[in-house]
Design a protein around this ligand. Structure first.
Ligand code: ADP
Length: 671
């Protein structure tokens, strides 16, 4: 076994690898950029080497600097994690040239899977089932179209160099083909500098089922069961589970054996994942092989009881696989939810900011959290905005799913917008519980899983209002106790001052919409209670507030809420999710510009992709004005109302800071 390894990555995966290395008595070297100088992975490692400035192309992607760091510290091997250099054949080759072991597959396996069409040709020869399609070298439009016409529409065009869902386009009919091909080629060229295309039959209700495989360099190969990763947004995974639901032993064995065949066809070693599309009729088709450890590997660890990073280190050090196929036992069910800093209600726009509050559910045999951040850390613009992976296990899918929703409801994050509500809504939705899932799940179940403002309006607004009233009272009581005359009626905040109206109107904003809530204090004997009026609906409310914790009784329904407050930002953590409100004070009639997403300021640091309007132009409400790219995703800035563009401050290609004003806009006067 190695004495010391370098981890060429950051965040949760670097921390995850360090944990196993520590357990095995292997010393670790971390690498870091400016933004990460105090990051968790740097603190956890035995040593750490500075690589360069924050952008990854100036630090984590500089293979030569990473190799130099390994040589300097005497590390014998490099674990690339996922992303960054993990599937970079040149880096893998340079490790070998410098006598360093690359903890991953041999270079030819990375190369073989680097092109989607070359991979398909290899798998075709190895008799692994493929989605019907064309992946030939002749790239003339007529040939590609002929193949599409022959298999029938819909078809899917894919960039052979593609990844991350880019350069992919569905074409629903022959008439759309020409335009679809041109658009897919454009995107492929701008993302990968290569517009070679393949075309496949587009399956309309497939599941994404992938097999974890492991091979050593002693001719042994096993599969560690499957993961279902069908729940995706922008073709990227959101919640993964293992094993896949509705999976017979026979199908599992067939897919497992096909996956091993795929790995062996390219002389694989180490951990790999063979991704398949599973069609409604039980047919499955090879999609691609990822030649690295996957983000979602923990669900496989939970159901197999194996530590895949330990397996990787052992195989890389030349040992045989720790278990044979017969010794591997599938036990229970696991889910992984990816907790991202992003706004699910705003087209999954990545979010940045300081994690002013970060409290996780308690870890146990049932709940595991893989993370690379602590409270007070910053989610920066430079890297993937994943905050953590929440992994749960239990003996059945039902029980594991209950653990997932409970753990999600216990997650407390503030300072950064997260997708926790969205994940909670998804995990508790009936189609998810009932296994009515394919890759179109999110699109199909939009109404169920995106935050319904009305729901918050009726259940949570009275709680937020009650919280504000109780905290006003509390601070009045505290200042009374500190004053010279604690019994002065002027300190009596119970009824909000003598002779003053007993009804107050509070303005609270939720998801950028403002609500007026009327609160009237009442008294019955010695008990104070409140009548809250919201849009004509009456709520009879009582509550006790103790620091961040409030017990409320609304119309006879008693429940518990944890609150986090940061000035006028109030977050309610409830059993059914997190609800964020802004208390609008009378003298600041509008939302903070920070929270005014989709306004005319840049939502975050990024690049201007295109400016769609000119100074002097009249625009209508919701008209797209500017397209920005931030954290590898495009975001469209739209007109907030009908109006006139007075001035445009940036051009396409410019870098802009988050919060910068992008253009001057005058709304049209209402008549
Ligand atoms: P990338 O490498 O860009 O992530 P993949 O080839 O892995 O692209 O496909 C990503 C996702 O796109 C899959 O998980 C699946 O949801 C969908 N997909 C890919 N190929 C097809 C197909 N032929 N029919 C239907 N959906 C597909």
């Amino acid at each position: 076994m190695f004495n010391k390894i370098l981890i060429a990555n950051r965040g949760e995966i670097a921390c995850r690898i360090i944990k196993t290395a520590k357990k095995m008595g292997v010393l670790t070297v971390a690498v870091y950029s400016d933004a990460d100088k105090d990051a968790l992975h740097v603190h956890m490692a035995d040593e750490a080497i500075y690589l360069g400035p924050s952008p990854s192309r100036e630090s984590y992607l500089l293979g030569d600097n990473v190799i130099a760091a390994a040589i300097k510290t005497g590390a014998q091997a490099i674990h690339p994690g996922y992303g960054f250099l993990s599937e970079n054949a040149e880096f893998c080759r340079n490790c070998a040239t410098n006598n360093l072991t690359f903890i991953g597959p041999p270079v030819q396996a990375i190369e073989a899977m680097g092109s989607k069409s070359a991979a398909k040709s290899i798998m075709e020869k190895a008799q692994v089932p493929l989605v019907p399609g064309y992946h030939g070298e002749d790239q003339s439009s007529a040939i590609i179209k002929k193949a599409a016409d022959k298999m029938g529409y819909p078809v899917l065009l894919k960039a052979t160099a593609g990844g991350g869902g880019k350069g992919m386009r569905q074409v629903w009919s022959e008439t759309e083909f020409k335009e679809g091909l041109a658009a897919a080629k454009r995107e492929a060229m701008s993302s990968f500098g290569d517009d070679t295309m393949l075309v496949e039959k587009y399956l309309t209700q497939p599941r994404h089922v992938e097999i974890q495989v492991f091979c050593d360099n002693h001719q042994n190969a096993v599969y560690l069961f499957e993961r279902d990763c069908s729940v995706q947004r922008r073709h990227q995974k959101v919640i993964e589970e293992a094993p896949a639901f509705k999976m017979s032993e026979k199908l599992r064995a067939q897919m497992g054996e096909s996956a091993i065949k795929s790995a062996q066809a390219i002389g694989y070693q180490g951990a790999g994942t063979v991704e398949f599309l599973l069609d409604v009729d039980g047919s499955f088709y090879f999609m691609e092989m990822n030649t690295r450890l996957q983000v979602e590997h923990p669900v496989t660890e939970m159901i197999s009881g194996q530590d895949l990073v330990e397996w990787q280190l052992r195989v890389a050090a030349g040992e045989t696989l720790p278990k044979t196929q017969e010794q591997l036992i599938l036990n229970g069910h696991a889910f992984e939810a990816r907790i991202y800093a992003e706004d699910a209600n705003n087209d999954f726009l990545p979010a940045t900011g300081k994690l002013s509050l970060l409290k996780t559910p308690v870890e146990s045999a049932h709940v595991r959290i893989d993370t690379g951040v602590r409270q007070g850390d910053e989610v920066s613009v430079y890297y993937d905005p994943m905050i953590a992976k929440l992994i749960v296990w239990d003996e059945s899918r039902d029980k594991a799913l209950k653990r997932l929703s409970k753990a999600l409801s216990e997650y407390r994050i503030n300072g950064v917008t997260t997708n926790i509500d969205f994940l909670y809504n998804l995990a508790t939705s009936s189609p998810f519980i009932e296994e009515d899932i394919d890759t179109g799940f999110i699109e199909k179940n939009k109404a169920l899983i995106f935050n319904d403002t009305k729901k918050a309006l009726l259940n949570e607004l009275p709680i937020a209002a009650l919280y504000l009233v109780l905290s006003i009272e509390k601070s009045a009581q505290q200042s009374a106790q500190q004053s010279n005359d604690p019994h002065s009626p002027w300190h009596n905040a119970n009824a909000w001052r003598l002779n003053e109206a007993h009804t107050h109107t509070l303005v609270l904003a939720h998801n950028d919409v403002e609500y007026r809530v009327e609160v009237e204090q009442k008294r019955q004997g010695s008990d104070a209670y409140y009548l809250i009026n919201l849009d004509g609906e009456q709520f009879d409310c009582q509550g006790t507030l103790d620091n961040n914790s409030m017990v409320v009784n609304i119309n006879g329904h008693r429940s518990h809420t944890t609150i986090h407050r940061n000035n006028n930002h109030i977050s309610l953590f409830r059993a059914n999710g997190v609800f964020n409100f802004i208390h609008i004070l009378p003298d600041c009639g509008q939302l903070d510009s920070d929270d005014n997403h989709g306004g005319l300021t840049a939502p975050m640091n990024g690049t201007m992709v295109s400016v769609l309007v000119n100074a002097g132009e009249m625009v209508s409400k919701e008209q797209p004005l500017i397209i920005m790219e931030a954290m590898k995703m495009e975001h469209t800035i739209k007109a907030p109302s009908d109006g006139k563009i007075e001035e445009v401050y940036f051009n396409a290609g410019d870098m802009v800071d988050g919060g910068a004003e992008l253009l001057a806009f005058s709304p049209l006067e209402q008549e």
